[in-house]
Design a protein around this ligand. Structure first.
Ligand code: PLP
Length: 382
């Protein structure tokens, strides 16, 4: 058996470490999901999540990971919808595949890690497409896409906007109503700091018009059933009750910090990782344009010459820190460091220090401490 550190720090772009207070709430006794306690829990969590999404739209909590909400968003709109699917990474690709499964699709594909093509999106909207899908924070490449710009295009052409906020909502500003996002969703195991297994989706009145007209909708993720049950303080099917207990606790932790402070903390963490990378001479993976940005929840680093992704991952793990490699075609090209949820400054410094040690051992870095020093200066703002 490979030797590993006794306790591991998971600095992945999800799932994220779960703090003890939230973990403990998972072991509460089960309650009746058709009773008054669950009704209170569901209604309280829904109202807090609407605040967190900055929306007055309806919001539903699904017992399924982020992809469940993703499929729900696209699948509920019906077969006669023409989607424009913007892809510049793995999750944009997944959304595109869902669009292809459920409707007609105009795909707008960029190189992974390159900006989405706004002109091409505009062209499809001018030709009458009904809806645009975009990943706000493309976790696979460490890049934030310009949802606000896309929302302007959608407004102009009266099209629906579907936003994957799985790795942004709660960590990067994503004001759903002021941007006019019709369907927005996130997952539990990212910025909320929960274990995986829940997802949340908001639905605008305009989206309801499409959903009500749809000839076919998914069975388990039928939003009309969620709306009907929600009015009774219930979910259509048995919910993942322990995860709802954890959600309540996580939302209390969230409220104590406040949305703005939480976004600021995520920003400072990511800036400190980027500063460390720059000091160590490691390049960031994405190529930006004027309206895209480096992600403030996950940093994608190009792997330096003379070392492999697997070596970095394995040697990090031996030192007790788990980081991610790239997905699909980026598997051997990048490493990704997440900084979502309830992690601390110490956790951020820990991952940087371990990376430095490994690079120094492999003679890629001469001066140990240079990255942590750069990060520390930024982290001092907190
Ligand atoms: N969308 C984005 C942006 C993600 O980062 C992820 C997961 O990493 C997903 C969708 C899929 O979520 P899940 O793995 O919870 O199904």
């Amino acid at each position: 058996m490979e030797e590993i550190a006794e306790t591991e720090l998971i600095m992945l772009p999800g799932p994220v470490p779960v703090i003890p207070r939230i973990l403990r709430s998972l072991s509460k006794p089960t309650i009746n999901h058709r009773g008054p306690e669950f009704k209170r829990l569901l209604e309280w969590c829904t109202a807090r999540l609407q605040e967190l999404f900055c929306t007055k739209n309806d919001l539903y909590i699904l017992s399924g990971s982020g992809t469940c909400a993703m499929e729900s968003a696209v699948g509920n709109l019906g077969r006669s919808t023409t989607f424009v699917a913007a892809e510049n990474g793995k999750f944009g690709e997944r959304l595109k595949e869902l669009c292809e499964l459920y409707g007609e699709t105009k795909s707008v594909v960029s190189e992974w890690g390159a900006p989405v093509d706004l002109e091409e999106i505009k062209r499809h909207l001018e030709e009458g497409a009904d809806a645009v899908t975009v990943v706000h924070n493309e976790t696979s490449v460490g890049m934030t896409n310009p949802v606000r710009e896309i929302s302007k295009l959608c407004k102009k052409h009266d099209a629906l906007l579907i936003m994957d906020g799985v790795s942004s909502i709660g960590g990067i500003a994503a004001p759903i109503d002021s941007w006019g996002v019709d369907l927005a969703f996130t997952g539990s195991q990212k910025c909320l700091g929960l274990p995986p297994g829940l997802s949340m989706i908001s639905v605008s009145d305009k989206a309801w018009d499409f959903i009500e007209r749809a000839q076919k909708r998914p069975y388990y993720m039928d939003l009309i059933k969620y709306r009907a049950s929600g009015q009774k303080g219930q979910t259509p099917y048995t919910p993942a009750i322990p995860l709802f207990f954890a959600l309540e606790e996580a939302l209390k932790v969230f409220a104590a910090e406040g949305l703005d402070a939480r976004i600021r903390r995520h920003t400072i963490f990511a800036e400190s990782i980027r500063a460390a990378a720059a000091a160590m001479g490691i390049d960031l993976f994405p190529t930006l344009d004027a309206v895209s940005a480096y992600s403030n929840t996950v940093t994608a680093l190009k792997v330096p010459r003379d070392i492999e992704v697997a070596t970095i991952k394995n040697e990090m793990r031996r030192r007790g820190v788990i980081v991610a490699g790239g997905q699909s075609k980026l598997k051997d090209k990048i490493i990704r460091i997440g900084n979502m949820g309830n992690i601390s400054k110490g956790d951020v410094l820990n991952v940087i220090e371990k990376l430095e040690m490994i690079l120094e051992e492999h003679h890629i870095l001469n001066t140990i401490g240079i990255g942590s020093l750069a990060a520390d200066e930024i982290l001092a703002q907190l």
